[in-house]
Design a protein around this ligand. Structure first.
Ligand code: GUN
Length: 294
């Protein structure tokens, strides 16, 4: 090997471009793009993501409206807030950080977000648009993590057409939209999941392997074809014995040290997909802002 894909650097490039574009729009239309960030409760990981998203939005010139709500808020009150944001002119994008507490119906909440302010691309209308559009270059609001993965693949300057892409994980946030995006790049796509038999051999047949399982270092050397491209979406907090000392560590779904012996290119965790997710959220907000300008 090999290429360790620098997600931080690629995300920064994307953010620099967005900042320029946003600045031009601001000057031309004398308006400022706005992103409402809604967090319910204080799940530690969510607080980290929300802070990072807010910081990056401000850096590129997006105004942030921060709503940190009590974890016992009723579904009804949360819906009321979203309805208010849906009609607020200064808000172009609405992000509701997931997961939500168990007494709130996540699907119901996501369905309430006005589709043209859907900064995460999770609304059924946007999911449908992603499914029927023919290319990935239309201004559609696409889920941020898989779109970020696609941009990382494009940076490699490898022809994706006809490649066998295996996506491990079938979530609405990553697995399913990732498969749609890869299909539009003319990959041959397989989605693997917890009930897939012989998953190891299936993954070992992949030219492109996207791991979005949420299980620490489940993808081992034997799962990886020689010279495959491996994109690790996992962010798992574990305790690891490092030279006799127990340390908190963030690892991906892929065993990095093993994978780098096999892969042609590989994303690290942290510093791979994570920064791209945030950059793509800003991209979606810019698209919503641009669309609102007519
Ligand atoms: N929780 C984990 N990933 C995401 C994401 O991309 N968007 C939101 N809103 N919540 C998440």
């Amino acid at each position: 090997m090999n290429n360790i894909i620098d997600g931080k650097k690629i995300a920064q490039k994307l953010k620099d471009n967005l900042k320029l574009e946003i600045n031009t729009l601001k000057q031309k239309y004398k308006k400022v793009p706005g992103l409402a960030v809604v967090q319910v409760g204080s799940v530690a990981a969510s607080s980290v993501y929300v802070k990072a998203k807010t910081k990056s939005a401000l850096e590129v010139g997006i105004e942030v409206f921060d709503y940190h709500l009590d974890e016992n808020i009723t579904e009804e009150k949360l819906i009321k807030l979203i309805q208010k944001l849906n009609v607020q002119d200064s808000v172009n994008g609405i992000l509701v950080q997931l997961p939500l507490p168990s007494h709130i119906n996540e699907k119901l909440i996501l369905d309430c977000i006005q589709p043209n302010k859907d900064a995460d691309g999770f609304h059924p209308l946007n999911v449908g648009k992603l499914s029927i559009s023919e290319t990935n270059d239309e201004n559609i609001l696409v889920p941020c993590t898989p779109y970020g993965c696609l941009l990382l693949l494009r940076e490699l300057d490898v022809n994706l057409q006809g490649k066998h892409a295996v996506v491990i994980g079938r979530s609405n946030i990553v697995g399913k939209p990732m498969a749609q995006l890869l299909l539009k790049e003319s990959c041959t796509v397989t989605i693997a999941h917890s009930k897939t038999t012989n998953i190891e051999d299936l993954c070992a047949s992949a030219d492109i392997l996207i791991a979005a399982v949420g299980k620490p270092e489940i993808v081992k050397m034997d799962w990886i074809k020689k010279n495959a491209i491996v994109i690790d979406v996992g962010i798992n907090r574990i305790q690891k014995n490092v030279e006799g000392e127990i340390k908190n560590k963030i690892v991906g779904d892929v065993n990095f040290d093993e994978a780098k012996e096999r892969a042609f290119a590989l994303t690290p965790v942290p510093g791979g997909v994570g920064p791209m997710t945030i950059a793509c959220l800003l991209r979606n907000t810019k698209i919503s802002f641009e669309n609102s300008l007519g």
